[in-house]
Design a protein around this ligand. Structure first.
Ligand code: UDP
Ligand code: MG
Length: 360
């Protein structure tokens, strides 16, 4: 292996190159994604710490700060910092859309071959990044941090999060244990395929497994928030539970909703047939009339519900087709393509030229 040192050199293009720090790591281009909502006091110290770690790491890097509708001085400070720091890029949201939206915007803007997400409040420690990248070299596609010792409020943050983690693990069968840690390292192909909505940043690990990423988890340092306030309270746990239902459904049945709805519908119709048969038997053999037989009403109710479920399944099938075709995304995830002009990029690129074909 050629042993060269890579690091960011101001003025040498987005990713600089230098021979002066010789290290044995495989040089990578990193994109650090920072979601920022009112983190004015944390920004400078955080960037300083990132510089300190990454300049010595042998990698080149860019930092993409996503300002998620801050109302303190974060916005003005970011404008200032972008002029000072050549590695820094910034995206400003018009409103506060949430951390998931910020990550998503970061994924769409990343130019490196490795994407790293972390909190901008100094709770995650940039010193953990190099060892996580080393795991990608071992063949993993996605490495999540695990905050073995959490420095957050026990009843408001840590306990609800433990319960949510437990439920999510049970329902989604994910192997990872700490789902809420923002410090995560992705191969670009993986982050390119993730689309985040609502509070879905909690489920990134599950979604990454869903697109077939080889995943690993490492213990990372977690520090107490020194400046600014936490943006989340107990309400989030309830949102997370609703998102959990979505993730379970999307992950398992996204491409075949009729299996879920049709399955439930068929069960309902079948049991209603058994009930109605029982009612008919009792009427003709024992002379019991339907107004004395509650099973009749239950049977009719199940029949109506069953038919509706099958109908919903068919509508969901239509929606799935509209979804995949309007986004021009296939319903499968390609790990690699060999022998084509460009081997990079599986996923949605296979039908890239569809609009031209349609419009010509
Ligand atoms: N954040 C954001 N948009 C929001 C809420 C939070 O971009 O609507 C950012 C916030 O600035 C921080 C990270 O997400 O960088 C984690 O937020 P916080 O520290 O409040 O969460 P906690 O650590 O309490 O779970
Ligand atoms: Mg925090």
């Amino acid at each position: 292996m050629v042993e060269v040192g890579w690091r960011f050199l101001p003025g040498a293009g987005r990713f600089g190159y230098s021979n002066d720090s010789v290290t044995s790591v495989t040089p990578r281009h990193l994109s650090i994604v920072l979601p920022i909502h009112n983190e004015e006091e944390n920004l400078r110290p955080l960037l300083a710490e990132i510089e300190e770690v990454l300049d010595a790491s042998g990698h080149t890097y860019e930092v993409i700060a996503i300002d998620d509708g801050s109302s303190d001085g974060s916005r003005a400070l970011l404008r200032q910092l972008v002029t000072e720091k050549p590695y820094l890029k910034s995206v400003f949201f018009r409103h506060n859309y949430g951390q998931a939206a910020a990550f998503d915007a970061g994924f769409r803007s990343a130019g490196g071959d490795i994407v790293i997400t972390m909190d901008a409040d100094l709770q995650n420690d940039p010193h953990d990044i190099p060892k996580m990248i080393a795991l990608l070299d071992e063949g993993y596609d996605f490495v999540a941090g695990n905050r073995a010792v959490r420095n957050d409020d026990l009843f408001l943050r840590t306990l609800p999060s433990r319960i949510a983690n437990f439920l999510i693990r049970r329902i989604t069968h994910t192997k990872l244990r700490d789902l809420g840690c923002s410090l995560k390292v992705y191969r670009r192909e993986i982050s390119d395929e993730l689309r985040l909505y609502g509070e879905m940043h909690r489920f990134i690990s599950v979604l990454a497994e869903g697109v077939g990423a080889r995943t690993a988890e490492v213990i990372v340092n977690h520090r107490r928030r020194r400046a600014g306030k936490s943006k989340y309270g107990l309400l989030r746990t309830f949102k997370v539970l609703l998102d959990l239902v979505t993730v379970w459904f999307m992950r398992g049945y996204q491409t075949k909703p009729i299996y879920v709805f049709g399955g439930i519908g068929s069960m309902l119709v079948l049991s209603s047939m058994v009930m109605i048969a029982t009612v008919a038997y009792q009427k003709f053999v024992h002379g019991i009339y339907v107004h004395l037989q509650p099973l009749f009403i239950v049977g009719m109710l199940f029949a109506v519900l069953g038919v509706q479920f099958v109908g919903m399944g068919l509508i969901a099938e239509l929606l799935i087709r509209v979804y995949f075709e309007s986004h021009q995304r296939p319903s499968y995830h390609i790990a690699e393509r060999l022998g084509f002009a460009s081997t990079r990029g599986g996923g949605g690129r296979a039908i890239e030229n569809l609009p031209e074909r349609l419009s010509s």
